[in-house]
Design a protein. Structure first.
Length: 339
């Protein structure tokens, strides 16, 4: 194909830095060579890419994924496929959402090379903003609620309930007839969730939080807890859950190690602590099943029954202010980077 770009402007991480401010300030916008496509790869003209908590952890060097530096951050995004290898030609000129965690450049760029297997074709009615946030949060929430449904949990407990995954969890749980106990840390988040229709919202900073949580768990017979925070929050959930329950850890917003878990509760109540890894969940689905799930979620987004909340967008050259806006108010929604 003629006139294909050979270079791309991209956000570049020169080194990891545990100090968040220094890590952000260290980001640069540079011109990068676009590698030649393998047979199973596509070249995407990026339209939007979000900032996620995993991206923040990555640039600090605290995420499970490490890349050869300098590297382009960004684990997901959406755009138009403008070139494809011979084994990926079905995606040429298609709108796609893509997800990458391999040791290769990410999505915070004008152009992005992706494996065809890491691309999800988007329906015409799904715009690039929603498509940019499609590959991670909706499927994470779907997988978590799928587990709760499989073990026939009448109710779910979830922390970080003001976040995006939590919003999708509420929607999927409602469709499955599963109640949700939501845990937040700010009083205004309680009013916000109640306005959205949440019935059970608790503030973890209240003096009587544990008493209220234990009461709600018993009332609704909650047997699955979903934890996005890690650290002491995991112990709080696990210790509060009834015998035979499961606590699923899918995030580590606290950035701290697990502690204060009651060993005797785990032993004698036979409670379990599980990890949820989206990559492994996706791999567990055959292509037809995953395509059907994708179709279902896209239709829900297109019809407005669920949406990713987006607080604003920034050009790549304003990456520092974009990330600052995001971390200042995570609950206000995603920040998108648009080339």
């Amino acid at each position: 194909m003629k006139n294909l770009p050979t270079k791309t402007r991209a956000v570049v991480l020169p080194e990891y830095n545990g100090n968040l401010i220094r890590a952000i300030i260290g980001l640069k916008v540079e011109e990068r060579e676009i590698p030649a496509l393998a047979d199973d790869e596509v070249l995407i003209k990026m339209e939007a890419a979000p900032c996620n908590p995993s991206d923040i952890a990555f640039i600090r060097g605290g995420y499970n994924i490490k890349k050869s530096l300098p590297a382009v951050p960004g684990f997901e995004g959406a755009g138009l496929v403008i070139h494809a290898g011979k084994l990926a030609s079905r995606l040429l000129k298609k709108k796609v959402s893509s997800f990458v965690q391999e040791d290769r450049d990410g999505t915070w760029a004008e152009y992005f090379v992706a494996k065809a297997r890491d691309c999800i074709e988007l329906k015409d009615g799904l715009d690039f903003e929603q498509g940019a946030c499609f590959s991670i949060n909706p499927f994470t929430a779907y997988g978590l609620v799928e587990f709760a449904e499989a073990v026939r949990a009448p109710a779910i407990v979830q922390n970080a309930a003001g976040g995006q995954v939590a919003e999708f969890v509420r929607k999927f749980a409602e469709l499955k007839g599963i109640q949700v106990i939501n845990i937040v840390r700010k009083e205004d988040h309680i009013d916000e969730l109640i306005e959205k229709g949440a019935k059970y919202v608790l503030n973890s900073t209240d003096d009587n939080f544990l008493e209220n949580l234990t009461s709600a768990i018993a009332k609704l017979d909650a047997t699955v807890a979903i934890d996005a925070v890690g650290g002491e929050a995991t112990a709080g959930l696990l210790n509060a859950m009834p015998a035979g329950s499961a606590t699923i850890l899918y995030g580590a917003l606290s950035g701290t190690t697990l502690n204060n878990i009651n060993s005797f509760d785990v032993i004698f109540k036979e409670n379990s602590l599980l990890g949820f890894n989206l990559n492994n969940w996706v791999k567990s689905k055959d292509p037809d099943e995953f395509a059907a799930i994708s179709e279902e979620i896209q239709n829900l987004i297109i019809t407005g029954k669920m949406q990713t909340k987006i607080q604003g967008s920034f050009p790549l050259d304003d990456i520092v202010n974009g990330i600052r806006a995001y971390i200042k108010s995570l609950s206000e929604g995603k920040v998108l980077f648009k080339p």
